[in-house]
Design a protein around this ligand. Structure first.
Ligand SMILES: Cc1cc2nc3c(=O)[nH]c(=O)nc-3n(C[C@H](O)[C@H](O)[C@H](O)COP(=O)(O)OP(=O)(O)OC[C@H]3O[C@@H](n4cnc5c(N)ncnc54)[C@H](O)[C@@H]3O)c2cc1C
Length: 473
């Protein structure tokens, strides 16, 4: 019997159903049927969709916004953090990530990470964690993702918000989404939750944790990213030259603004990332503590407060940064940037030690080196930063993509199964794309072989990923 778990979520049935749904037997009330439905078209979701479609699945992406790319487009977040190993010598994350980057490079919309080094303006002059990051233009990312989806035969339903899971016992049989023409009920053999917030997993009854349980559910702060223009690099470099002991930008200038009562944001420096376009920068400075992205009012308040902070930051540039009085605000992000909300609990929960000790489980679906970067992990303005101690990379196992208790569901991206601290390393876009690619390939494999994603052949999955350019060591 089909039941709906959504805003009216019931308790979780505990019987286990192996296999994937047979779409012919689930009734006639569906408005669409696909072998794989991906909810959320961000970095994880779009890679999941392309990978699944390339392996023969009939794929639909359900996206609440008007473009693919998630935080990378709607959120104006960039650059892509490192895809290299800790030594900075070897590109670990390849596959679809690299394909997307190369397409953007070809249209003049990105610089390949091999050509970008730490300590430069493209890396906001950061050294740790920023070697071989990838500056890109969000509009180029939109175009490339449109092209790749169209070429792979992925269907995309924009302006469609996931509402509820349709459950057949403990197996997800489809989703209900809210569209301009009302509610659509879409059947799927496998659903991939790439919402960032774990909306589908949560509504399906999978266990989730919000924030860091060991710190009273604390979540990383939100940030309103924005883009500025008419600020030559030479102007910024000239100001930096006046403060040779400050590795971060404008620390003394901010102190002065604070003393004058003109700075109220709990951030002691300015992060500005040079864009691929001349004189343009992406600004990652605003900081909103205590935002809960799963609470609509908290999210709404954050949008307004974020824009208010943007005005304060713009005033700081004009009034305190020598030579920057003509800086222009080009755009604020169309959505507030959320670093953390729900963590779906899967068959394995990645933890801090997996990262620090450079562990590579046998069912790893990608390898990466991103460090733990827990904003506000040391008080409101401090960041807890930890990097790999043993080796140059760690692996993320397939089990992190498989939620406990619910069949027919995979999770990819920010909400994947990881502790709050470990998620602070793998939440950045290159790992999210890599786990999306793995989830998509796994979903296609499950559909083809008629088994639940939980029990697919791990070696077959690794074989598929390797043949698709994923480096697994
Ligand atoms: C302030 C900030 C700074 C960051 N800095 C960097 C950085 O410099 N480099 C880097 O690589 N990463 C950075 N990140 C991390 C990175 O941007 C995100 O963690 C990453 O984009 C997560 O990818 P995702 O696909 O899981 O989720 P998202 O990018 O959030 O995409 C989720 C998608 O799902 C859609 N969606 C959500 N809910 C629903 C629903 N109910 N129904 C339908 N659609 C839905 C959303 O519209 C969105 O398109 C930063 C993040 C933030 C917030």
């Amino acid at each position: 019997m089909l039941t709906r778990r959504g805003f009216f979520a019931g308790t979780l049935a505990t019987t286990s159903t192996a296999g994937v749904a047979s779409l012919s037997g689930v009734g006639s009330s569906w408005s669409g049927r696909h072998s794989v439905v991906v909810v959320g078209g961000g970095p994880a979701g779009v890679c999941a969709a392309i990978a699944a479609a390339r392996h023969g699945a009939d794929v639909l992406v359900v996206e609440q916004g008007n473009c693919l790319g998630g935080m990378g487009t709607q959120g104006l977040v960039g650059p892509f953090m490192t895809c290299y190993d800790k030594s900075g010598k070897f590109q670990l994350i390849r596959g679809l990530f690299d394909e997307i980057v190369r397409r953007m490079v070809d249209m003049g919309g990105a610089i390949h990470p091999k050509d970008v080094r730490a300590g430069t303006s493209f890396a906001a002059w950061h050294v740790r964690g920023h070697d071989h990051c990838t500056p890109f233009e969000p509009e180029a990312l939109k175009f490339v993702l449109d092209d790749l989806c169209r070429e792979a035969g992925v269907k995309v339903l924009y302006h469609a918000t996931f509402m509820s899971s349709v459950m057949d016992g403990n197996r997800i049989a489809g989703v209900e989404v809210l569209t301009k023409s009302g509610v659509r009920r879409i059947a799927a053999r496998v659903v991939i939750d790439a919402t960032g917030d774990g909306d589908v997993a949560f509504r399906s009854g999978a266990p989730c944790e919000k924030g860091d349980a060991s710190r009273g559910g604390a979540m990383q702060p939100a940030t309103m990213f924005f883009r500025i223009g008419n600020l030559p690099e030479s102007t910024v470099e000239a100001v930096r030259a006046q403060y040779p002991n400050e590795s971060m930008c404008f620390v003394s200038l901010l102190k002065k603004a604070k003393a004058d009562g003109k700075w109220h944001i709990p951030r002691p420096h300015v992060n500005i990332y040079r864009s691929v376009k001349p004189d343009e920068w992406f600004v990652n400075v605003s900081r909103l503590n205590g935002v809960d992205a799963t609470d609509p009012q908290s999210l709404s308040d954050a949008e307004e407060s974020g824009r208010r902070q943007v005005r304060e930051i713009m005033a700081f540039f004009r009034d305190y940064v020598p030579g920057a009085k003509d800086v222009r605000l080009l755009s604020t992000a169309s959505t507030i940037g959320i670093r953390e909300s729900r963590h779906v609990l899967g068959e394995y929960v990645l933890d801090k030690d997996d990262i620090i000790e450079g562990r590579v489980p046998s069912d790893s679906v990608f390898l990466c080196s991103n460090s733990i970067d827990l904003h506000a992990g040391k008080g409101a303005s401090g960041t807890l930063y930890m990097t790999i101690r043993d080796g140059d990379w760690y692996g993320v196992p397939y089990r992190c993509l498989v939620p406990r208790s619910v069949e027919g569901l995979l999770v990819a991206g920010r909400c994947v199964s990881a502790s709050s601290v470990a998620a602070a390393a793998i939440r950045v876009m290159p790992p999210c794309m890599a786990m999306g690619q793995a989830a998509g390939a796994a979903a296609a494999l499950a559909v083809k072989s008629g088994v639940a994603p939980r029990v697919i052949d791990a070696e077959a999955l690794a074989g598929l990923l390797k043949s698709d350019g994923v480096w697994l060591g």
